[in-house]
Ligand binder design. Structure first.
Ligand code: CP
Length: 307
């Protein structure tokens, strides 16, 4: 495995996270350059994406590199029966870095075992989404002035939501307090609650998205109930609209509160929240460009801060 791959947020230390955040800050000031001149990146998306794929591709383009890949596996030889192993080995012949999203948990980790080209996990099933975590951390840092001692409320699909799983793990370095708001069917999985206990992280669970919860939060992280993860459509119908944030619910919230959402949203955040200064989800997605420029340059051993 290439040591510069990023498969799980657990692969990197606190110092490496802080280095990536510093790079992201640099790229926000300097988004365009030629530091990837001569480099080729592949984006292999076996699952749909708007933000992740386009921001990774923009990140490469703005730094002077080139992109190959596919956004629809139906146009690749995987439909002829080519295995993931063979696909990764083939693409490794052509590129300096592979950015991949796959519906199977563990697919990105598996890819690192069959190539020496750095692999960036752009989401594997319900498991991990580490580049989303880096842009989430960058967004939290920018809006809160730091990452320490924050109350972060996670709402919605905490069972299948890979973004909340990755963020929870990354926050272990920063003394967070979590409030998990979910129905029983979509509660935070036991392994992540065990993780909190092992790391000494305080958390509470509730099904009630109450004013008391909202008014003590520094960050509210809303999530979409992911229809694509359900095997039973009736169960999806029953839980899909349980939690919707409306503007009026923010009346007593803290001045520093910011609303995050990895997007896309469906009904979790009413459109009447969009003009509230505490709504940060579109800026959050913009931060993805800078966070991904940071991740790509680290993976390729290029440090824009050393000049
Ligand atoms: N947040 C996120 O992963 O969005 P996309 O599915 O559009 O990439």
């Amino acid at each position: 495995m290439c040591s510069k791959s990023l498969v799980s947020i657990e692969d990197i230390s606190k110092d490496e996270i802080l280095d990536l955040l510093e790079r992201a800050r640099y790229f926000e000031q300097h988004p365009n350059s030629k530091i990837l001149d001569g480099k080729v990146a592949a984006t292999l998306f076996f699952e749909p994406s708007t933000r992740t794929r386009l921001s990774f591709e923009t990140a490469v383009n703005r730094l002077g590199g080139r992109i190959i890949g596919f956004s629809d596996p139906g146009t690749s030889s995987s439909v002829k029966g080519e295995t993931l192993k063979d696909t990764i080995k083939m693409v490794s012949n052509y590129t300096d870095i592979i950015i991949m999203r796959h519906f199977l948990e563990g697919a990105a980790r598996y890819a690192t075992e069959v190539t020496d080209v750095p692999i960036i996990n752009a989401g594997d099933g319900a498991n991990q989404h580490p580049s989303q975590t880096m842009l989430d951390l960058y967004s939290i840092m920018k809006t809160q002035g730091g990452l320490e001692n924050l109350t972060i409320t996670m709402v919605g699909d905490l069972k299948y939501g890979r973004t909340v799983h990755s963020l929870l793990m990354a926050m272990k370095y920063f003394n967070p307090r979590f409030i998990f708001v979910a129905s029983k069917e979509l509660a935070m999985p036991q392994e992540y609650k065990d993780f909190c206990r092992a790391e000494g992280i305080e958390y509470i669970e509730t099904e009630d998205f109450s004013p008391e919860v909202i008014n003590q939060s520094d960050i509210i992280y809303m999530t979409r109930v992911q229809r694509e993860r359900f095997t039973d459509p009736m169960e999806y119908e029953r839980v899909k609209d349980l939690y919707t944030l409306h503007n009026a619910m923010l009346e007593g919230s803290k001045p520093n509160l910011r609303i995050l959402h990895p997007l896309p949203r469906v009904n979790e955040i009413d459109r009447d929240v969009d003009d509230n200064p505490k709504a940060y989800y579109f800026d959050q997605a913009r931060n993805g460009l800078f966070a991904r420029q940071a991740i790509i340059t680290r993976a390729l051993g290029i440090n824009p801060l050393e000049k």
